[in-house]
Design a binder for this molecule. Structure first.
Ligand code: IPD
Ligand code: CA
Ligand code: CA
Length: 265
């Protein structure tokens, strides 16, 4: 394993211990609201601090983009951190959440990991080296059409400006597939696409920390990641389609007629 990935794994495990420790008593947590349906707890902050402390002790000058503490720039290396992806699940005791850590070098994704502390599953990928679940190599499925496919998604529960367009996509895809799941942690959803547990995934309005690691996992597992138009601007737009090559293009075709001018833009 690359030394930088080693440090990232160490950071994720120490954050995972914090998430597990508080998980037994989420009712006692101090929770504040950042916006509509957007909550942050002391656990999000403690997890983020543990990750940053571990990364900083090895790489004191690297830039960091972290969900709760913002952006420190000024270095070619940039860590992108979601210390608890699936906060709503976590606060309800719904057992689906993760930690996501990615590293970019000069804007190119080099390493990514998604860690599910409850199942002790760690999904890792380094550019050009494939993707792993714990020590086992993973690949996207090679499903060729939507028929029989299991898709993951996220509902637009905060910014609802694209709700109608989203529901149009949802209605079209649910008719053509074996099922759609909304597990509640986008980072883990993408890791599941990489591991072949989901055939594909789409969501609108994500932030960079939700998908940076997951996008590299899907690519390194042989899959395709695009924006909602099928193009390459998902880092700019936060709108994503991911899956195996053929399935991805089948999803993109069904989604396309439901795009508004704004989503196409
Ligand atoms: C959220 C989760 C969720 C997705 C949201 C994200 P958070 O992240 O990934 O699955 O639907 O768009 O914001 O707020 O729990 O870190
Ligand atoms: Ca998130
Ligand atoms: Ca989060």
């Amino acid at each position: 394993m690359h030394p930088m990935m080693n440090i990232a794994v160490r950071a994720a495990r120490s954050a995972g211990n914090i998430l597990l420790r508080y998980y037994e008593r989420t009712d006692t947590l101090k929770v504040t609201q950042k916006g509509l349906n957007d909550f942050v707890s002391e656990v999000d902050r403690a997890s983020e601090q543990a990750i940053i402390d571990t990364l900083r002790s090895s790489y004191p000058n690297h830039a960091i983009l972290a969900e709760e503490s913002g952006n420190k720039s000024g270095n070619d290396y940039q860590w992108i951190i979601d210390p608890l992806d699936g906060t709503t699940n976590y606060l309800h005791g719904f057992p689906q959440f993760s930690i996501s850590i990615a590293l970019k070098h000069r804007g190119v994704l080099e390493h990514g990991l998604v860690y599910d502390p409850l199942r002790d599953e760690i999904f890792t990928a380094s550019r050009g080296e494939g993707a792993l679940l714990n020590d086992r190599r993973i690949r996207v499925t090679n499903r060729k059409s939507l028929d029989g496919a299991l898709l993951g998604t996220g509902f637009p529960y905060r910014d609802q400006s694209h709700l109608d367009a989203y529901l149009g996509m949802f209605r079209a895809l649910i008719k053509d597939t074996a099922g759609i799941r909304r597990p509640g942690s986008a980072a883990l959803d993408l890791a599941y696409v990489a591991a072949g547990r989901l055939d594909g995934f789409w969501e609108l309005g994500l932030s960079e920390w939700d998908f940076a690691a997951g996008a590299l996992l899907v690519k390194e597992a042989g899959g395709t990641v695009s924006d909602i138009n099928g193009g390459g601007r998902f880092f700019e737009t936060g709108n994503i389609i991911a899956g195996g090559l053929r399935l991805h293009s089948a999803m993109a075709s069904v989604i396309r007629p439901h795009l508004t001018d704004h989503l196409r833009g």
